[in-house]
Design a protein around this ligand. Sequence first.
Ligand SMILES: C[S@@+](CC[C@H](N)C(=O)[O-])C[C@H]1O[C@@H](n2cnc3c(N)ncnc32)[C@H](O)[C@@H]1O
Length: 418
Amino acid sequence: MSSVDTASRAEELRNALVDTIIADHEAKGLAMRADVERALRTVPREVFTPGVPVEDAYANKAVITIRCGPETLSSVSAPYLIAEMLGQAADALGGLEGRDVLEIGSGGYNAALIAELVGPTGRVTTVDILPEVTDRAATCLAAAGYNGVTVVCADAEHVIEPGRRYDLIIVTAGAWDIPPAWREQLTDDGVIVVPLRTFGMTRSWALRRSGDRLVSQSHRLCGFVSMQGDGAHEMRYVDIADGVHLRLDQGQQVDPAVVAGLLTQPRREAWAGVSLPPRTVLADLDLWLPARLTREVAEFVVLSAQEEAVQSGIVAPAWRFGTPAALDEGTFSYRSALRWTGGMFDLGAYAHGPEAAAAAGRLVEHMLAWVDAGSPAPVLHVLPARTPDGDLPEGAVLDKRHSRLVLAFTPDPEEGTL
Ligand SMILES: C[S@@+](CC[C@H](N)C(=O)[O-])C[C@H]1O[C@@H](n2cnc3c(N)ncnc32)[C@H](O)[C@@H]1O
């Protein structure tokens, strides 16, 4: 193929990918911003995925670039996810033109998109902890003509460019906490978009700074490679059956011997008897449940399962990549897959163990309470670790190393306004 043919094939694939992303946005009830669409139609993703066939460069998924055993250390992120996060950032700031942006986690592709969005009057710095990633990002950015992007190799847990403050920090690795350096590097009303784990589940939160606090403006379901360096927090898994795991958060202890036979006990179920409206955001229910359950059960955990385990029927989680579940005195319960009754999708719970019927019923009561409250979306408040209880907003409190996170649900689905 001549270089002209290759370039026009890449452009054709790029436009088809953007059309797919727009359709995906619409299916989720999101609107694609014109500026983000323009950037996606401009940046040649194939330049940032050298050695990968052009068809794969324009598949709507991450291109893995560095692995360590079964773990992915680095990738060029999935385009639909990058598009959603850039949309969150641009919505929160009223557009990105002329903005000063720090990207944490480099691949080159997202930095190039941000360079398009900020334009000639903006500035972009991208930082990665791995030198092979920053070397490759710098080479690819130069090859694509984005020479204005500053590429830094450092652990972004700490301040990157002392004295500099950013309108936007966009984090592209999964974080467990918000280190003080991130807040301090933001301008007074700057925004950070960060995939943050709360109750073992990750959402991309757009958080606006107000003094020493951050409040969410929007959130999206997402998954990312984990943060490394000084802010790393391991996630552990305990098997409860072949291909079925419990995901444990920092500090959680579960005895593998106690949970090993749980699913072999008879299954009890409960159903809410609701008719879910289209586009109900069940990812919000999945944060509502731990916000309520952590006060009542011994352990809130996240259930994940391999496709084969779901096919075998041993487990039927709502979402096999991460479903809210509870462990209490030998009884295990979780949000089940939706039930189609011919005219409606219904919410339900499955449980195993001595108190299975009561546990399934309790989970469903919490689901009904969420539906009755108008299916509220969570608002996340991030406060410094030293904040006294009396100064916290109303909500479920989650203490991390540097921050106190408060997840609040209000009947109004609009997120925090500040
Ligand atoms: C999903 S990749 C980034 C993708 C990229 N933004 C793109 O354009 O597609 C996540 C990156 O975060 C980096 N990372 C993890 N922990 C880090 C840390 N503490 N400081 C800086 N970078 C980090 C990893 O090395 C990895 O390259």
